[in-house]
Design a protein around this ligand. Structure first.
Ligand code: GDP
Ligand code: IMO
Ligand code: MG
Length: 454
């Protein structure tokens, strides 16, 4: 069977930790979209792993697959694999031949476009990893795929076609001086070598048939979504999104298995007990912002409750795994989660970071929105309308800080009563059962109610 792990909010919900939590039963862990914009954390026995491309199952020695829906920077991939090997793991990663390759010019163009947009305050706040420009080339039918890297003649041919276009875009449209990131000969040399290594280490696969065979043989497959539903290019708050489909449908198109395979398994929504965001875009329940990322924040000087936002940011260690940027902080947003539940068809939820909120007198939740005098229970389709939404809050009594490891060991009933009330409310509103509650970053610091593989 399959279990699909999906970010229900704006990314960084703790997906890596949940993949690791249930990963023991999985034989194969598959990323189906995104690239090294992701930063997934696994903490095993006090050792922390931050993974960008290698699927999080690597910490448990599981086979990892980067599906056709991913965009792969081979430099990052090999660096990460080498680093993990040095740390004593032995990652076995297979890369779809249909996946697209991120080149240095994609990263440069990502930066150039963000810079150009920033002149009119329209920047997305991307991770700068070249994700958008690479997906543009994929859809524009000029991309270079992993299968092309292992065929040097084809690689050169494709680079000779595409690189002059990129050079002209940078120089003539944006008026920027460019470097060897746009030089066909040096790109060819570097990427041909990546192709050699991929071939030598037998890393490339046709992901669809590879996974279908594993499922036929009775293997358990886990899909590891990156990013989150509200930054999905179709279902998120466009244009403040990433350029792929983190939502559950992406697990079918991004791997080559049918939607029935994904839908026939479990789809678990990963929820952070509050909200964080890196990058621009609306966030109706925002507590306190980050200059440059929060619209209007520079002028405003401070958020509604900067002190509380700072407290949660520090308690939760809310700094970007990839870029180190401070994350914007807000209260849980139920309209967002209702939207997410519909788009993904969640069969279960894992609610993380319940420990981070401990010790507060009260905890608030955006229950619905007010938009022009009308009460909304889900997210409007346009970002402008979403930005105009004012949350209607519900207030919950806070819960005390306790020995969370002991709570995880004892089980759900050991969670402080007020926190259980909060969790019950979320589950009732979404009509989805809670499968796990995260009470700390370590593998052991989760209360498990249901194992989706059982
Ligand atoms: P991902 O991108 O969804 O995998 O999440 P990140 O790894 O970017 O961010 C989640 C952060 O919170 C990491 O530092 C995790 O180790 C940590 N974390 C995950 N679950 C919990 C939890 O329940 N409580 C606390 N305190 N930290 C958690
Ligand atoms: P994980 O998998 C949180 C955000 C960026 C930016 C927008 C577009 O760790 O949850 P991109 O570089 O993808 O073109 O940036 O998306 N973003 C993430 N935010 N978690 C992530 O990944 C993210 N990956 C991209 O901050 O706002
Ligand atoms: Mg992350």
């Amino acid at each position: 069977m399959t279990v699909t792990i999906v970010g229900s909010q704006l990314g960084d919900e703790g997906k890596g930790g949940i993949v690791d939590l249930w990963g023991d039963a999985a034989d194969v862990v598959v990323r189906y979209q995104g690239g090294d914009n992701a930063g997934h954390t696994v903490v095993e026995g006090g050792t922390e792993y931050k993974l960008s491309l290698v699927p999080s199952g690597a910490v448990r020695g599981k086979v990892g697959v980067l599906g056709n829906g991913c965009v792969v920077n081979p430099a990052t991939l090999f660096e990460e694999i080498d680093d993990l090997r040095e740390r004593g793991l032995d990652p076995d990663v297979r890369v779809a031949r249909r996946a697209h390759v991120i080149f240095p010019y994609h990263r440069v163009l990502d930066g150039i476009e963000e810079e150009a947009k920033s002149e009119s305050d329209q920047e997305v706040g991307t991770t700068g990893r070249g994700i958008g420009p690479t997906y543009e080339d994929k859809v524009g039918r000029r991309g270079v795929r992993v299968g092309d890297l292992v065929d040097p003649e084809r690689l050169r041919e494709k680079l000779e076609y595409v690189v002059p276009q990129k050079r002209a875009l940078a120089e003539d449209v944006f008026g920027v001086d460019i470097g060897e990131e746009f030089d066909v000969a040096s790109l060819y040399e570097e990427y041909r070598r990546y192709g050699e290594r991929l071939r030598e280490e037998r890393m490339t696969v046709d992901a669809g048939p590879f996974l279908a065979d594993r499922l036929d043989a009775g293997d358990e497959v886990m899909f590891e979504g990156a990013q989150g539903t509200l930054i999905d290019v179709d279902h998120g708050n466009y244009p403040y999104v990433t350029s792929s489909n983190p939502t559950a449908g992406g697990a079918a198109t991004g791997t080559g298995l049918g939607p029935g395979v994904v839908g026939g398994g479990e789809v678990v929504g990963i929820v952070k007990a509050y909200l964080t965001r890196v990058g621009s875009g609306p966030m109706p329940t925002e507590l306190g912002g980050v200059v440059g990322d929060t619209p209007g924040y520079d002028e405003q000087g401070e958020g509604d409750d900067e002190e509380l936002a700072t407290y949660v940011r520090e308690e939760g260690g809310e700094y970007g795994t990839v870029t180190g940027r401070p994350r914007r902080v807000g209260w849980l947003d139920l309209p967002m989660l209702r939207h997410s539940t519909r788009v993904n068809g969640f069969t279960g939820l894992a609610v993380n970071h319940v420990d981070v909120l401990a010790g507060l007198d009260e905890v608030q939740v955006g229950h619905s929105y007010d938009l022009d005098g009308e009460e909304l229970f889900t997210v409007p389709a346009t970002t402008e309308r979403w930005g105009d939404c004012e949350p209607n809050f519900r207030t919950f009594d806070g819960w005390e800080d306790v020995d969370w490891s002991a709570v995880a060991e004892t089980g759900y009933d050991a969670i402080p009563e007020n926190a259980r009330e909060y969790l019950g409310y979320v589950s009732d509103q979404l009509d989805v059962p809670i499968y796990a509650v995260g009470v700390g970053p370590n593998r052991e610091e989760s209360v498990v109610l249901e194992d989706p593989f059982e």
